[in-house]
Design a protein around this ligand. Structure first.
Ligand code: PEP
Ligand code: MG
Length: 740
């Protein structure tokens, strides 16, 4: 074979002459690597490998011959990532015959995977008539070409001299974490790039400092205008109440620390913009090293601000109007940026680095923008104007989808809108099964900006108010008066509907900025009520704030992460002691516990005597029951709520609680999933608390179910003895058209 270097330089020429890329590429590779056949199979959405170009096989097969990943030798190569070096490919057990390709005469085959950042993009194949093993140097050469091809297929190839437009032909799918559910289909807009800085050095630091001060001033005013506009941004009514997030951002904006750092750099002799850029890149570096999500979020705020400051210094680039339905792509996204782009009309967002608990995610939910985070490597492949689909229901981001795929998503989007319009009719109706069993469907919320969901969904109340979320959004635990104001607003908004406040559940994945856990296993560490009991002043302050907020109204308080009755008793004693001091006393004071730690199951006789209610936190309960970290994506569906041990546990709990007349509810994510909700109701848990998106679909589903008959179905399925119950339950529910 010839040197891949010569191939590279020939590719550069090819690009310069603007020839058709993939077909020209296979021709080149075939001639340079002296093989009778060279073909490129490209991975399409749905794990399909499509013959995208060939030299030597039947050209009519291009675009038609398709194999599943795992099917045939090419599919096996893609699935395993292994090089396939076969002297007699057609007698290999995996060989899949595709008559349209005309590959019968070619005996030997060398297939190498085309991979980038651990992902398979396609397979590169050469074939020859003579049956023989390919030699190691030949394999090396083809792998080098595959590396180059990977760069080209993922869109980075320009620097390697790859043919332009090649990447733009390749659909890609990225999987991430949904931040806000929904579907968006449209062209991509890339988050503004920072303008290049032309002047780096300055002789007059004083003048540069003045420029900086003025720019900071302009930026602050711009932010105030932006935030003040929020309630008037069409569809952004929720953000009116998103003070916590915006307040946190404001605090960062006026934080003297990072501005002092910019001033230091200016004194070193640089222009104000060069100094800001330097500090921004320092922040960026720090962020890469920090794993704590909230600290990263705060640094992301600072980076966002640094970019704003740069714009303020170098002048705003003219803003072209964005196309309708545009999808914003960003490496990171600050809350102010999201607001900006929302005002400009984006329909969806795809972010490389964003967690569901992050500020941008909180605002995306408030603004109703379908968004996905954690899409690593996405920006490497995307170009301004490319078509894309944000499928935030499934956490999929499809780049340059095929026309039929895009049309299918547009139809799904329309169907989704129609379904929501139809579901809205359930808002005012009580939740009940077809055979008249009444249910209470409650909301899980954590920010005041989510309170309008009560009205919007017609939920029966708030079954879980996660008090720590507002503290996380503001960056620290508020004082008693400020906490009381937050809780009081919740009670005002809920009116006659009940609210259960959960005391601070900080720790594990919910760390305040600056608090680094340092524990090996923070989910099982010093967190939640354990902190409250060890730092009683903190817990007492919160309890006082809750009592003050109630101001004579009914109050329900729930403690998280209770592992022993002794802990519950201690927490309850703190609340009762505080209640003696605060006047007016609440109308009624109900004190409950979450059931998240399995050990409580062996303390039920005592627990039901002392708790006014029990709420199952299925998220944590499952992670502790199966010893499976809830934040580890690879364990996400390894252990199932719909399994014998979980159902046995819930059944035992319901029996024990019922005998003591203690109400049991579920407030983990399981409550919002149709099959789980159904099973819970059948087991006697008729109060379910869930995110807002679950209320109407679950209510509509229950109305179709005869719970008594379902109980018999469930009993039969459980008796059949399998560990997992999802499959038979789903089959039954599909037959009843309860789920699709
Ligand atoms: C739970 O663990 O199920 C729960 C509701 O609490 P959180 O998700 O806030 O830990
Ligand atoms: Mg929990």
């Amino acid at each position: 074979m010839n040197s891949p270097r010569r191939l590279l330089s020939r590719l550069r020429n090819l690009r310069a002459h603007g020839s058709a890329p993939l077909s020209a590429l296979v021709q080149l590779v075939a001639s340079e690597l002296v093989s009778e056949v060279c073909s490129i199979y490209v991975q399409r959405p749905g794990d399909i490998l499509e013959l995208a170009a060939t030299e030597g096989l039947n050209p009519d097969a291009v675009g038609h011959t398709r194999l599943r990943v795992g099917e045939g030798i090419v599919g096996l190569c893609a699935a395993t990532g292994a090089v396939m070096n076969l002297p007699d490919a057609q007698n290999h057990p995996a060989f899949a015959y595709r008559p349209e390709t005309g590959e019968e005469p070619f005996a030997s085959l060398l297939a190498v995977p085309v991979r980038r950042s651990g992902r398979t993009l396609g397979v590169l194949v050469v074939q020859n008539r003579t049956p023989r093993n390919f030699a190691d140097p030949e394999i090396d050469d083809l792998e080098t070409v595959a590396m180059l091809l990977a760069e080209m297929l993922s869109g980075d190839g320009a620097t390697d001299g790859s043919p332009e437009g090649l990447a733009a032909t390749v659909p890609r799918t990225f999987t991430g974490t949904p931040l806000m559910s929904g579907i968006a289909v449209g062209p991509i807009v890339l988050l503004r790039a920072v303008r290049p800085i032309v002047r780096l050095l300055a002789d007059d630091p004083g003048a540069e400092q003045d420029r900086l001060d003025q720019a900071v001033d302009r930026m602050q005013r711009g932010l105030e205008d932006l935030f003040a506009d929020v309630p008037n941004n069409g569809g952004a009514a929720d953000v009116n109440a998103s003070r916590e997030v915006l307040e946190a951002y404001r605090l960062v904006a006026s934080d003297a620390g990072w501005l002092r750092r910019v001033a230091d750099v200016i004194r070193g002799g640089t222009t104000a913009e060069a100094a800001v850029q330097r500090v921004a890149s320092e922040l960026h570096d720090r962020m890469r090293r920090i794993s704590d999500p909230y600290l990263r979020e705060r640094l992301a705020d600072m980076e966002d601000l640094a970019n704003r400051l740069l714009t303020s210094l170098t002048g705003e680039a003219p803003r072209a109007p964005i196309p309708e339905g545009a999808i914003l792509l960003a490496r990171r996204l600050g809350p102010a940026e999201l607001l900006d782009w929302h005002a400009r009309g984006i329909a969806g967002a795809a972010v490389e680095e964003a967690s569901p608990a992050g500020h941008a995610a909180i605002l995306a939910r408030a603004l109703g923008i379908p968004a996905i985070g954690g899409l690593r490597g996405m920006l490497d492949s995307a170009e301004q104007g490319d078509d894309a689909v944000v499928d935030a229901d499934d956490g999929q981001f499809l780049l340059r989808p095929e026309t039929e795929v895009r049309q299918a998503y547009t139809r799904a989007q329309e169907a989704r809108n129609a379904k929501y319009a139809e579901l809205a009719t359930w808002r005012g109706r009580p939740a009940a099964t077809a055979d008249g069993v009444e249910l209470k469907l409650m909301l899980n919320v954590g920010l005041s900006l989510e309170l309008p969901q009560l009205e919007r969904t017609g939920a029966d109340g708030i079954g879980l108010f996660r008090t720590e979320i507002a503290m996380l959004a503001r960056g620290s635990v508020a004082d008693v008066a400020e906490q009381a104001a937050i809780y009081s607003r919740v009670l005002d908004e809920a009116g006659d509907k009940p609210v259960i406040f959960r005391t601070l559940d900080l720790g594990a994945d919910k760390l305040l900025p600056g608090t680094v856990s340092g524990e090996e296993n923070p989910a099982m560490g010093w967190r939640s009520l354990r902190v409250g009991l060890d730092r009683p002043a903190l817990l007492r302050r919160q309890l006082r704030a809750l009592l003050l907020a109630a101001g004579g109204r009914d109050l329900s308080v729930m403690f998280p992460m209770v592992a022993t009755v002794v802990e519950f008793r201690a927490a309850k004693a703190l609340l009762l002691a505080e209640a003696k001091r605060v006047r007016p006393s609440p109308g009624t004071l109900r004190i409950g516990t979450m059931l998240e730690v399995p050990a409580l199951m062996w303390q039920l006789p005592q627990l039901v005597k002392e708790a006014d209610f029990i709420s199952i936190g299925s998220n944590d309960l499952l992670q502790f029951l199966f010893a499976a970290d809830r934040g580890t994506p690879s364990l996400y569906d390894r252990y199932d709520f719909l399994s014998q041990p979980v159902l046995d546990l819930i059944e035992q709990l319901v029996v024990a609680a019922k005998s003591a007349c203690v109400p049991v509810s579920v407030c983990g994510e399981a409550a919002s999933r149709p099959l789980e909700a159904l099973v819970l109701a059948a087991l006697g848990v008729t109060t379910l608390s869930m995110p807002a998106s679950g209320i109407l679909p679950i209510k509509a589903m229950f109305a179709q179910v005869d719970l008594q008959s379902f109980r018999s179905v469930l009993t039969a399925i459980r008796r059949s003895g399998g560990f997992g119950l999802r499959e038979p339950l789903a089959t039954w529910a599909r037959e009843q058209t309860l789920i699709t």
